[in-house]
Design a protein around this ligand. Structure first.
Ligand code: AMP
Length: 113
């Protein structure tokens, strides 16, 4: 856990959020600046800066399980959705605690801007 990381504070419940999905290793909550009708962030409870520091196979598998479970809970599986992980500056990462964006509720353009 990092004392200065906003997502660590969410994961440890120091900052309360509505958890849309939670398991032993991940928690999902709404993005405060939504880019789609449904915009969820799925984060590991442990502090991992970027996807490049993700080296636990348990967490790799668990991340995709958490994405699947959250998409199912939000009834996104039939219409579809987009999952995005931004990495560092060129990827547009602003919070350096690994997170999976889950975007749904509208058609997603490709390529992204
Ligand atoms: P990224 O640019 O990939 O690092 O995405 C960070 C995301 O975190 C942005 O979409 C922000 O809107 C979102 N965000 C930052 N702080 C919070 C917060 N306290 N609660 C919910 N979403 C947040």
């Amino acid at each position: 856990m990092s004392d200065t990381c906003i997502f660590c504070k969410i994961a440890s419940k120091q900052i309360p959020v509505e958890a849309l999905y939670e398991d032993a290793n991940f928690i999902a909550f709404r993005d405060m600046n939504p880019q789609a009708p449904i915009h969820i962030l799925i984060i590991p409870k442990v502090h991992i800066e970027t996807i490049m520091e993700l080296d636990s196979e348990t967490l790799m598998t668990g991340a995709f399980r958490a994405v699947q479970a959250t998409a199912q809970l939000l009834n996104l599986t039939a219409e579809g959705f987009r999952t995005v992980v931004n990495c560092r500056e060129n990827g547009g990462q602003t919070v350096y605690h690994l997170h999976f964006h889950l975007l749904g509720g509208r058609f997603m353009q490709w390529p992204p801007g």
